[in-house]
Design a protein around this ligand. Structure first.
Ligand SMILES: Nc1ncnc2c1ncn2[C@@H]1O[C@H](COP(=O)(O)OP(=O)(O)OP(=O)(O)O)[C@@H](O)[C@H]1O
Ligand SMILES: [Mg+2]
Length: 395
């Protein structure tokens, strides 16, 4: 299935390269069981990503369950996700299966994952790592095979810094990060989306579609769209229903754009303040963290292989060495991508530049203080110290 047919099937409008890349990554990782974390501001269109992954995966004939973690009360979330035993709490009249059991063999989409209480995050980490879970009120460990896709519009690095989100769970969920860009970073899509919504609402309300004059298009494209595609859609609907004249000019459109909010100010395109991390920075940061993880994994694997080799040569039991190697938290399937050595060098160089920029920016923001900078970067203070030395940064 091509990108174009996926867009058609899921009614996705737009031809922005960053959005296309995000959708392509979703299609590429669909056939694996890797956890995916979809991030992006509110209203950018995250919810379609897990659907694409499920439909393109070998799990497509099994259950796809979407759970809005923010909408389930804290007291019942464990029971919803993992099930409960009869009599385990007041009102538990029967034993009930949770989503992890129902979705066995399928996909579970955990939307607004940052809303999960810390105690539930512990259970979630266990089930993602080992496939094991325990129903509320039970002591029996059960097994399940569920692919987890999570989404959030919250900055999880910040949530970790505030102690609201577990760092280990973040790394586990974030095996494949997919970020949907905000609408203001894909201006070319704004009018396309508006025209599509105008047609949809014309159909829905059985009236001719609204059209925009050129100056109205310019206003539409210059607006900051803090609510992203959801906000654009809602404004297209309001105008479609309320305005008699189907040709919408600048003055009319202006009435529908929220007044007196900072979002009406022109979009800042350069000179970010020290306390401002753009989405591009966040993507780089995620790349940087991914790179760190890969490096650490490589080191662990080579250390373990060296240890295994020396053990074998000292003619210990083969089974011993297999056991030891199995302790390494390493998934060989994920590493089977063939790579061109030239690409590797280029990636290393550009990542090095990204590392430098990010570290500099984080340190500048925190007046050279390493601790807050390391929290911002999502790495330990020790690693930051090592990186500063390694990159020979004159700070
Ligand atoms: N590229 C697109 N083409 C057509 N419709 C879109 C597109 N992107 C988003 N939408 C529509 O915009 C609305 C908001 O999208 P969605 O619900 O996926 O947002 P979200 O990223 O999950 O936001 P939140 O974080 O607030 O939950 C939906 O009605 C969706 O269908
Ligand atoms: Mg959503």
């Amino acid at each position: 299935m091509s990108l174009r047919s996926i867009k058609q099937r899921f009614d996705i409008i737009g031809d922005n390269p960053v959005l296309d890349r995000a959708l392509e990554i979703a299609m590429q990782v669909a056939s694996t069981d890797l956890s995916v974390l979809v991030t992006g501001e509110s209203g950018v269109g995250k919810e379609v990503v897990p659907q694409i992954i499920h439909i393109k995966s070998p799990r497509k004939h099994n259950q796809y369950i979407a759970v809005n973690c923010g909408a389930i009360p804290e007291g019942t979330i464990d029971s919803e996700l993992f099930g409960h035993e009869k009599g385990s709490f007041t009102g538990a009249f029967e034993t009930r299966m949770g989503y992890f059991e129902v979705a066995d063999g399928g996909t579970l989409f955990l939307d607004e994952v940052a809303e999960l209480p810390l105690s539930t995050q512990v259970r979630l980490l266990r089930v993602i790592q080992s496939g094991e879970f325990i129903k509320v009120g039970s002591s029996k460990v059960q097994k399940t095979d569920v692919r987890v896709i999570a989404a959030t519009n919250i900055n999880l690095i910040r949530a970790i810094g505030l102690g609201k989100f577990r760092e280990d769970l973040y790394y586990r969920l974030n095996t494949v990060p997919i970020t949907i860009p905000p609408l203001r970073e894909r201006r070319g899509d704004i009018h396309l989306l508006f025209k599509k919504f105008a047609l949809d609402f014309a159909d829905k309300y059985n009236m001719p579609a609204i059209r925009l004059t050129p100056d109205a298009v310019a206003l539409l494209e210059g607006f900051r769209w803090p609510g992203n595609v959801r906000q654009l859609k809602s404004i297209a609907e309001q105008i479609s229903v309320i305005e008699h004249n189907r040709l919408i000019g600048h003055e009319i459109l202006e009435k529908y754009l929220p007044q007196d909010t900072p979002s009406r100010l022109p979009v800042r395109t350069e000179g970010h303040g020290a306390d401002y991390l753009s989405d591009r920075d966040i993507i780089f940061k995620v790349l940087y963290q991914l790179r760190q993880e890969v490096e650490e994994l490589k080191q662990r694997v080579s250390r373990e292989s060296a240890r295994s080799a020396s053990r074998l040569s000292s003619s210990k039991e083969l089974s011993n060495s297999i056991e030891e190697t199995a302790v390494v938290d390493y998934e060989p399937d994920n590493d089977e991508v063939e790579s061109d050595p030239k690409d590797d060098v280029e990636t290393t160089l550009s990542l090095q530049k990204v590392n430098e920029d990010l570290i500099r920016r984080a340190l500048e923001k925190h007046n050279g203080k390493r601790r807050p900078a390391s929290i911002e970067l999502g790495i330990s203070e020790r690693t930051l110290y090592r990186k500063i030395k390694e990159l020979n940064l004159n700070l």
